[in-house]
Structures are given as C-alpha cells and as structure tokens.
Design a protein around this ligand. Sequence first.
Ligand SMILES: C[S@@+](CC[C@H](N)C(=O)[O-])C[C@H]1O[C@@H](n2cnc3c(N)ncnc32)[C@H](O)[C@@H]1O
Length: 173
Amino acid sequence: MLNYETVCALVGEGMLGQSALNAENELPSILSQLGHFPDDSICLELGTLRGISTAVLASCFKRVITIDTQYHSHRLSNWLKLNVEKKIEPYIVVDYAEEEILIGRLDFDIAFIDTIHDEENTRKAFEMVKKCGLVLFHDAHFEGVKKFVESIGASISDSGIYAVWREERNGDT
Ligand SMILES: C[S@@+](CC[C@H](N)C(=O)[O-])C[C@H]1O[C@@H](n2cnc3c(N)ncnc32)[C@H](O)[C@@H]1O
C-alpha cells in the first residue's frame, strides 16, 4: 500500500496539504486494520482534492470511484506519478442532487468520506453512501463530524481522526 514516505518522494510533500495522508501514516494503517477485502473490491471516495487519499485507496482496492464538487489541478499528474491512474474513476458533481443520483447508480464495497467537516454535510454524505455497509470517516475530531459519527455508533480511532461505521447485518453477533 502507498504510504507517506513513498507519496512524498514521488509527488512532493507540498501536494499533501489538507490530505488525509499524514506523516503518521494513519490512513494506510486504518485501511489495513479494516480486514481482508476480496481482490475485486471497489471503494467510493467523497472528496478528491489533489487525489492523494485516492491514490492510497487505489493501492489497496481494485478500483476507486472518487467524487468532488470541484476540479483540482495536479490530481491527474499525481495519479500518473503514483502509477494508480488506471484504477481511478473520477467524477465532478455540481450539487447534492446530482451526487445522489450518481451514487444511486454505483456499486461499491466501502466508502471514504472526506468532504466538508460539519455535521450536516457529513450526514448528507453518509446517507448517500451507507448502502455499502462500511464507511470510513476522516477528520472525526472536528466537532460536527464527531457529533455525527457518535450519533451513528461509529468506532473512533485512538487518535480521534478516523471513525469506522459498519452496518449490523443479520447473523452478526
Ligand atoms: C479535505 S479535501 C479532501 C482531501 C483528500 N481526500 C485527500 O486526503 O487527499 C475536501 C474535498 O471535499 C470536496 N467536497 C466538498 N463537498 C463535497 C461533496 N458534496 N462531495 C464530494 N466532495 C466534496 C472539496 O471540494 C475538497 O476538494
């Protein structure tokens, strides 16, 4: 899996501003703790920015569908430098209505939410992606995100930065 050191070496540390990938490598670490995923697993990311977390996810899953409301330059060159561009399917949406329709048509096994870090936007993002049954939240230490992830019973990482929600399915103990 791609980590902070490799990503910095290939794209430069300056590309990592506002990224979920930090020097503590908590994103790769939390992804590996989520357990084994079948080889054909698909991840949906909300919040692409310069595509840094997208690249880490692409090094872990067969395919990453990533959605943003804005196009950020550098993302394609970052994906080319990190050799993950063939695994990434990017979309830009104008608003939640379009995003909801798009996500309604998609099949994916896990979702990563890293968008606007307040309660209302986190709730909207979660409602759109929860059908997959496994959702990873970034920046769960932000007040609104924390309030929301606590309200759905997500597990919060030791650092408080990540939260994981798993749907309880019939037969779960
Ligand atoms: C913190 S940045 C994402 C960083 C990126 N995940 C990373 O770790 O490299 C947040 C991004 O969310 C995007 N965003 C805001 N609202 C969104 C929405 N409704 N759906 C998808 N992306 C959204 C912003 O445009 C911004 O690019």
